[in-house]
Ligand binder design. Structure first.
Ligand code: DAT
Ligand code: MG
Length: 149
């Protein structure tokens, strides 16, 4: 089954949005197969955001992402990367559609509540950075026969 890496960022945690974010993915029919609450260590932030390390916004991004605990997750489901990116909305919350997480819950690009992998290649890489294989649990959700034809 397709997998992605999702993370409620420090603003989402501080604003009490962990449950709201998880509820949206759960209600959609996506399955959480791993989850943990932690402060991201600097090495993992550097690895996770390697593609942005040279950009002018990186110092701000790094201090924001390390400013408080995050909630890290792996979700499974059909087309999970495309589905979750759509549910998350545009990177800049000012441009994100209503009904999306960023469109409904955030104001500015520097604090946009949630991270989601943008491809299966990225997802595999990010899952590998943040989770050990034994932290990911495969199981059947009771409602799967009413979610998939
Ligand atoms: P996304 O999180 O939608 O995948 P991204 O990978 O391009 O977006 O950027 C990662 C994060 O970096 C993004 O969630 C917020 C921050 N960011 C991106 N572009 C930025 C910019 N121009 N100014 C400030 N922060 C930015
Ligand atoms: Mg990205």
């Amino acid at each position: 089954m397709d997998r992605t890496f999702l993370m409620v960022k420090p603003d989402g945690v501080q604003r009490g949005l962990i449950g709201e974010v998880i509820a949206r993915f759960e209600a959609k029919g996506l399955k959480m197969v791993a989850g943990k609450f932690e402060m991201l260590p600097e090495e993992r932030v550097m690895e996770h955001y390697a593609e942005h390390a040279a950009k002018p916004f990186f110092p701000g991004l790094k201090s924001y992402i390390m400013s408080g605990p995050c909630f890290l997750m792996v979700f499974e489901g059909k087309d999970v990367v495309a589905v979750t990116r759509k549910m998350i909305g545009a990177t800049n919350p000012a441009e994100a559609e209503p009904g999306t997480i960023r469109g409904d819950f955030a104001m500015e690009i520097g604090m946009n509540v949630i991270h989601g992998s943008d491809s299966y290649e990225t997802a595999e890489r990010e899952i590998g950075i943040h989770f050990r294989p034994e932290e990911i649990i495969s199981y059947e959700r009771a409602d799967e026969k009413y979610l998939y034809e």
